[in-house]
Design a binder for this molecule. Sequence first.
Ligand SMILES: [Zn+2]
Length: 394
Amino acid sequence: MGRGYVPGIVKKLTLIFMIDALGFDQAGGGEFLPGAGSDRRPVETVLGYSSACIPSIMTGKAPNEHGHLSMYRRAQGGRTVFGGPTKLLSRLARWSDRGHWRMRQWLHGHLRRKGITGYFSLYEVPLELLGEFDLCQTRNIYQPQAFDTEGLSGLGDLLADRELSRVWDWTVPEEQAWAELDEELAAARRRVLFFYTPELDSLMHVVGPEHAQSHDRLSFYSDRIGRALTKAREQYEEVDLFVFGDHGMAEVRGVHDLWSLLKEAEFKVPSDLLYFLDSTMARFWFQHPDAEAWVRKLLQTQEYGRIVDREELQSLGAFFPDADYGELIFLLDEGHILAPSFMGKEPVRGMHGYHPNAGASFTTLVTNRPDIEYPKNLYQLHQVLRESLGEVLT
Ligand SMILES: [Zn+2]
């Protein structure tokens, strides 16, 4: 038992569930958590993937303020986690297509041993190009001091006192997290319980958001969170419930192999032309004077997406003056993906990471606090959470 906290004396609990990819389409209707707050509206996400959206929820800031947009950014000034032994590996990778899976496994362990605590995956990023990039998230963003480099305070800083708060992030398997949550609710010691799971996101990527398995999983969360709320109400006098996602999920309708077309370029990669192919964005850097014109011409013929200009990036809070995430960003229309890409060889059925205004991009907030100012976007959602945490932690 925690020092000074006796069961029964904690009167109020803030119970937070951040379900990755719980969109307005998933939880906006009355079937999801029918007992908890009927006022649900679309909450606008930010440009980028969870690696951008979750930092915006944690800090209340835009991607160009917290510095996170896509998992992979350009290595600037020679700074990259993929230095040292990774360079040797990338040279080896150039010689042979074999053994890349083992190399990736080794590299993953190597980065963890080096102290990278943030979430990352090597996906299918070509090993020979890794040294050109860096990870945007080297620290676990749920922990205190996660945004110190950017001079920002995150929710993790408010949740630093482990006597008062408990956080389950992606490092805890979901089943274990549910069991531990039940134990915490029974003990009624903490004032804040913050539960994150990436499982719905993973499933909807594989089967698509409209698949029966996705609906079943939503029913599971609806039921499981409902039970947690009932249990919490038995133990605490007051419970604030907040359930939300970081973005939504669109059904994939079009798959495009831009990579093959880029390989036809007469420019050398990476010395003339460098690109990173996310699932829904192709991001470019140019060294050769003609490379940009060639790429722009090629992209004009690709009707499933468009170049996002500087003005629009600025309005989305996603313009980086040093081109950390690309000098040129080609963003796909909703429902379209690049495959193969650096994220995977095979296409998936569900995807996000489109324009924040695309229909399926929005998340929502389910809450039993009708008195709060309902958030319009992730920044305001952060404010709602921060205020509730302030109420129970001070
Ligand atoms: Zn995802």
